[in-house]
Design a protein around this ligand. Structure first.
Ligand code: URP
Ligand code: ZN
Ligand code: ZN
Length: 462
């Protein structure tokens, strides 16, 4: 007898969508197939989709930016994730001035333990270059860091790495079998343009976008990919935002560079017109929102298997936090939220291309969805085979999704800490009905059944 059986679901496995049952024993999936035996608990999933728990491979939980801290800490962010069908998040360490790489990893890990509704892994941010931190790279990867991330921007915050430093970091990461992540924007050019705009009296939100054009992304991707190749280190580009950046990755791949690419819903669905108007400053994030055509090109690249991962860069600030700088783009904390809306937005975008999510011919969209939101991040970041796919012996992280309803996204119905939402008013298809984490139901409709200590720290191994 199974502990739990889902009956007559459309089970979205990595290669096909199976109409049948899924059985759970303890914390694991124990069988997928037709007419499974009885379960102590049975869920009638007729007409519903059964997905693997989704993975948001890029979140910032309670991160300090410009004198304030993003409003979703571990507990708030993981609650929003649970309601959104995200059962694993990968957060980033924050390295204080003078703090070692390893200490920052252990400090962040301690902050996660006992505080999360969902499972959490960690990327290590490498933001303080010195010999001690360099020497600790193998140790931090052995401690379970999913990736090691560098920035080519944010000099004012002391986080920007120089080429000679990137080479040495990449060498260490490559030798240790790790993966280098990069926030790719030419920070010096962005600072130069921002100063010039400010000198002309431009402090508005649109100036944020103008100070960080797509050229800066393309340049930094090319440069860091070159350095990583010289150092023989695999590279993962986070939050790819532009067609120009994508073209650069295409050219590098054509020349046999191995590069992973991640984009985010904001670069697919929002564009720079959001910077206009009274609340334009709320949308300030880096890289900035682009032209509509950039979103079209990035979506094509997802469908064409050129983008490996869609993650959110979840980093919300309340309207008051966003407003504290008086609308000045140089005084506004950068970042927006998205973990709770990731699944409905991407389901709608990938399935709504003339499709309704129910008929068999639409399975290509479903398979693409689980590939970029579960299977690929699990594989790339060393969480597979435990996470990322519905198959025997995997963790029973499950999302029961009703594809039928249409609804309008609104901040009032969200479960994180922010009082506004960047996707307010957008129509989406389908709704999360219930969510299981390692065999335990953590969300049932509008009811939160999980507890903040249900989530565990996940040590990754690549
Ligand atoms: O503006 C953003 N994206 N804030 C979060 C930090 C980062 O650069 O990813
Ligand atoms: Zn970034
Ligand atoms: Zn980020």
């Amino acid at each position: 007898m199974y502990d739990l059986v889902f009956r007559s679901a459309r089970v979205v496995t990595p290669n096909r969508v199976i109409l049948g049952d899924l059985g759970v024993t303890g914390e694991r999936i124990s069988a997928i197939g037709p007419n499974l035996g009885p379960g102590k608990e049975e869920v009638d999933a007729t007409g519903k989709l059964l997905f693997p728990g989704f993975i948001d491979a890029h979140v910032h939980l309670g991160v300090p930016i410009r004198g304030t801290e993003s409003v979703d800490g571990v507990t708030e962010g993981s609650r929003a994730a649970a309601f959104g069908g995200v059962t694993t998040m990968i957060d980033f360490t924050v390295q204080d001035k003078g703090e070692s790489l390893l200490d920052s990893f252990h400090r962040r890990r301690a902050r996660i333990e006992g505080a999360s509704y969902v499972d959490i892994a960690l990327h290590a941010n490498f933001t303080r270059f010195n010999e001690e931190n360099l020497a600790q790279i193998p140790e931090v990867l052995a401690a379970g860091a999913a990736g090691l991330k560098i920035f080519t921007a944010y000099r004012e915050a002391g986080m920007q790495m120089e080429d000679r430093q990137i080479l040495r970091i990449a060498k260490k990461v490559g030798e240790a079998g790790g993966l280098l992540l990069v926030h790719a924007e030419n920070g010096d050019a962005a600072d130069y343009l921002a100063e010039r705009l400010a000198a002309e009296g431009r402090r508005d939100a649109a100036a944020h976008g103008e100070s960080r054009p797509d050229l800066l992304e393309a340049e930094a991707i090319f440069r860091v990919a070159t350095l990583a190749r010289i150092a023989d280190c695999p590279l993962y580009v986070v939050h790819l935002s532009s067609a120009r950046g994508l073209e650069t990755i295409r050219r590098l791949r054509a020349d046999e560079w191995k590069i992973f690419a991640e984009t985010c819903p904001q670069y697919l669905l929002l564009d720079r017109s959001r910077y206009e108007g009274e609340n334009g400053h709320r949308f300030i994030a880096s890289p900035p929102l682009r032209e509509k055509i950039d979103g079209v090109r990035l979506l094509d690249a997802i469908l064409g298997d050129e983008i490996d991962v869609v993650a959110t860069d979840h980093c919300p600030f309340s309207s008051a936090q966003k407003q504290a700088g008086g609308g000045d783009f140089l005084a506004t904390p950068n970042g927006i939220g998205g973990v709770e809306t990731l699944l409905p937005l991407m389901f709608t975008r990938l399935l709504a291309l003339g499709e309704n999510g129910l008929a068999p011919k639409h399975n290509a969209g479903l398979l693409r969805l689980v590939r970029v939101l579960a299977e690929n991040p699990a594989r790339i970041f060393g969480l597979a085979p435990r996470k990322g796919a519905l198959k025997e012996d995997a963790d029973a992280d499950l999302v029961l999704y009703d594809p039928a309803p249409s609804r309008t996204l609104t901040a009032a119905e969200m479960h994180g800490g922010s009082d506004w939402d960047p996707y307010e008013g957008l129509e989406v298809r389908g709704a999360v009905e219930s969510v299981w984490l390692r065999g335990k139901r953590i969300v049932n409709g509008e009811i939160l059944r999980g507890r903040p200590k249900d989530g565990i720290f996940l040590k990754t191994s690549r």
